[in-house]
Design a protein around this ligand. Structure first.
Ligand code: KG4
Ligand code: ZN
Length: 351
């Protein structure tokens, strides 16, 4: 399976095989990040992203074919992210996939980017259904019950900023660059997480949703009150912010696992993490503690497969292809596409 990913600021393509037992082999996985294109703007500029995908995608696909030692005429099908994401970029990847499918006479498989994240733990660890997924990236923060391919139930989401976005905005405020999640984690190591008592939004509510905008405002006000910020202030703010979000994520994960256990008492509870924030070690440690306390198995795929990549798209395509799914060349690109919609179902007529 060839997989193409262009929904945000990574131009990516990969070739993945899936054997009869459902085990995966990543034959090649090429990712070109557009960090340099967007650095000067402090965020991803959609038009620049789309243009960079146009410039690079052909080369990335040729490289992935070369590195895998697989000619494009040899793949069974071509999978591409069809949404959700920045529409210009999605169009570049999906249209390229359609052109390849038409020229090579191969089936096209349109992939929901969130499904690709949701199924990555099966690519890397062969995790059986059902499991709970926590997706924490620059664009999404959600809990999803993954019951099967195409069978998703969203249990909670963010009502404002995504977790990675909150990291990035606080990092920007502290002049740590963009995207600043990693830099923030680094300076937080030397900070005092107790110096600022930042709010833990929604923590007392039973719902599994997140909210980070009030926290972000509290951080901004604290930073303004301390200005000009010393290195110590920056480290303490970063550490206090990270402590707040870590606690929020841990409490939510515990609630979600408890719900999973009560709804599926017959199933061993499993929690799978996806998205770039999975790289955060404080959050990772907190999730490991929660999983252990709840008797749940925790799976964190290798970080390069948690962030956007082509292998996860190829894998989602392979899982769908194995179930006989194909999409027509009239498939549209979608800026919004929640996972729990009827058209995600593998066989909507039987459902
Ligand atoms: O999955 P991903 O590549 O995002 C999207 O394409 O949306 O993840 C990127 C996000 C960014 O917001 C970045 O700041 C955050 O993940 N991130 C981190 C860390 N590494 C990456 N956030 C906190 N701690 C980290 N170590
Ligand atoms: Zn993503």
């Amino acid at each position: 399976m060839l997989g193409i990913e262009t929904s945000c600021d990574e131009t990516a393509a990969a070739i993945v095989t899936r054997d009869a037992e459902g085990r995966a082999t990543i034959r090649s996985n090429v990712v070109r990040s557009q960090l340099d294109e967007h650095a000067a703007f402090g965020g991803v500029v959609p038009e620049l992203a789309a243009r960079a995908h146009v410039t690079w995608l052909d080369h990335i696909i040729a490289q992935t074919s070369r590195e895998a030692g697989v000619d494009l005429s040899e793949v069974d099908a071509i999978a591409a992210t069809a949404g959700p994401g920045l529409i210009g970029g999605v169009l570049v990847g999906l249209t390229t996939a359609k052109a390849l499918a038409a020229a090579l006479g191969k089936p096209l498989i349109a992939i929901n980017h969130l499904e690709a994240h949701a199924l990555t733990a099966r690519l890397t660890h062969n995790v059986p259904f059902p499991y709970l997924m926590l997706l924490v990236s620059g664009g999404h923060s959600q809990f999803v019950l993954v019951r099967g391919v195409g069978d998703y139930e969203r249990w909670g989401t963010t009502i404002d900023d995504a977790l990675g976005e909150a990291f990035d905005k606080v990092a920007k405020l502290l002049s740590l660059g963009h995207p600043g999640g990693r830099a923030l984690e680094r300076v937080a190591l030397s900070g005092d997480p107790k110096r600022f008592a930042f709010p833990r939004p929604l923590l007392r509510e039973a719902r599994l949703d997140f909210s980070f905008s009030g926290l972000k405002t509290a951080v901004r006000l604290a930073a303004e009150a301390q200005a000009p910020l010393s290195d110590r202030d920056v480290a303490d703010i970063a550490a206090s912010f990270q402590a707040a979000v870590t606690q929020v994520v841990a409490v939510r994960a515990r609630q979600a696992l408890q719900r999973l256990k009560s709804e599926h008492p017959d199933m061993p509870p499993r929690l799978v993490v996806a998205g770039g924030v999975a790289a955060n070690r404080a959050i990772g440690r907190a999730l490991a503690e929660v999983a252990e306390a709840e008797g749940a198995e925790l799976t964190v795929p290798p970080i390069p497969l948690c962030t956007d990549n082509g292998a996860m798209v190829a894998w989602a395509g392979a899982e769908r292809f194995a179930l006989g799914i194909e999409n027509g060349l009239d498939t549209v690109a979608r800026p919004r596409w929640p996972l729990d919609t009827a058209d995600m179902k593998v066989n909507p007529h039987a459902a």
